[in-house]
Design a protein around this ligand. Structure first.
Ligand SMILES: NC(=O)c1ccc[n+]([C@@H]2O[C@H](COP(=O)([O-])OP(=O)(O)OC[C@H]3O[C@@H](n4cnc5c(N)ncnc54)[C@H](OP(=O)(O)O)[C@@H]3O)[C@@H](O)[C@H]2O)c1
Length: 291
């Protein structure tokens, strides 16, 4: 039995879809506030739904019963219904590691930020702390440290408004990134879960090419046949935004600074342990409905 925590999210849903066609049964931890369509999709995949919350340890103890592997992609960062970085990304994930260990779970797979993302923030500290706790837990761990997801950072969700041919780019747009699709992160998790080579491994993951945001912009303009109106957010402006007590704002701004600094991940270990054909930025753009 594989337990997916975060299954109603963008990444968790993709992982669940891939795991549902495999041999091991899949269980998803969902909340009473989770989106009804997402719950229906999970049910339609034949996945067992259990109610719980990372902030409720007892619900995790029960969800982990009879489970061989836990995959956690949950985060409060863009899913804020009663969820906060301190209680979900830190204490909540800590609860899950404890519950999994207590239930005798064999493997724990955790999705976190690439090693280049070093701007200090509550989210960054939580992610690094949980990486350490998963590794110290005694369970076989696979920690996937991912580069920037195209579906967020090259989409209207984060200001790259391609349907309206407008883009907001953090920084000068020249520092390179190993962009990855959510589908490829999901495939990495699904390939890692039963893979003996991925046990006790921290694996940096990224896409097949190294391109700056401006390179990606030119691909969009070429495929969509029109120039974009671009607005660059200077790093100094982002640094000024870090000066707040709000953990969420600080964490999102820190990620924007990491983006501005660039994120070139060494994917040698990924391609050796989890070999599959990864999606390029051009393929991502060509598949968009507004293309
Ligand atoms: N975006 C990037 O470029 C990037 C890069 C590297 C790593 N990552 C990591 O990738 C992971 C997956 O992101 P995503 O896009 O799938 O996020 P997402 O769509 O926002 O999904 C978040 C998931 O976490 C669940 N969740 C939130 N609070 C919870 C709680 N208190 N108890 C249990 N579940 C809770 C949500 O459930 P509900 O549906 O009930 O709200 C949802 O299933 C995150 O860990 C993120 O840090 C992202």
């Amino acid at each position: 039995m594989i337990l997916v925590v975060g299954a109603t999210g963008h990444l968790g849903m993709e992982v669940s879809r891939r795991l549902a066609t495999g041999d091991e049964p899949v269980r998803a931890l969902v909340r009473s506030t989770s989106n009804a369509d997402s719950l229906d999709r999970l049910r339609g995949l034949g996945i067992e739904l259990v109610n719980g919350d990372l902030q409720d340890r007892a619900s995790l103890d029960s969800a982990c019963g009879g489970v061989d592997a836990v995959i956690s992609s949950a985060s409060s960062i863009s899913s804020r219904v009663g969820s906060y970085i301190a209680t979900v990304d830190l204490e909540g994930q800590r609860n899950l590691v404890g519950a999994a260990k207590g239930a005798g779970v064999d493997r724990f797979l955790f999705v976190t930020l690439s090693g280049n993302m070093t701007t200090d923030s509550p989210l960054n500290r939580a992610k690094r702390a949980i990486e350490g706790e998963v590794q110290a837990s005694g369970m076989a761990y696979t920690i996937l440290r991912s580069s920037f997801f195209m579906e967020y950072w090259l989409s209207p969700l984060i200001g790259f408004d391609y349907p309206n041919r407008k883009a907001t780019i953090f920084g000068a747009g020249e520092n390179k990134i190993t962009w990855i699709t959510i589908g490829d992160v999901a495939l990495s998790l699904a390939s890692a879960v039963g893979n003996p080579g991925a046990r006790h491994q921290v694996i940096e993951i990224g896409g097949p090419e190294v391109l700056s945001p401006n390179d990606a912009l030119r691909i969009f303009e070429g495929v969509m046949g029109a120039p974009f109106e671009v607005q660059y957010v200077p790093e100094a402006e982002l640094e000024a935004q870090m000066n707040t007590d709000d953990a969420h704002t600080q964490s999102v701004t820190a990620l924007s600074l990491d983006f501005a600094h660039g994120d070139v991940v060494d994917t040698a270990k990924m391609t050796a342990l989890l070999p599959f054909q990864r999606t390029t930025v051009r393929q991502y753009v060509e598949a968009l409905p507004a293309g």
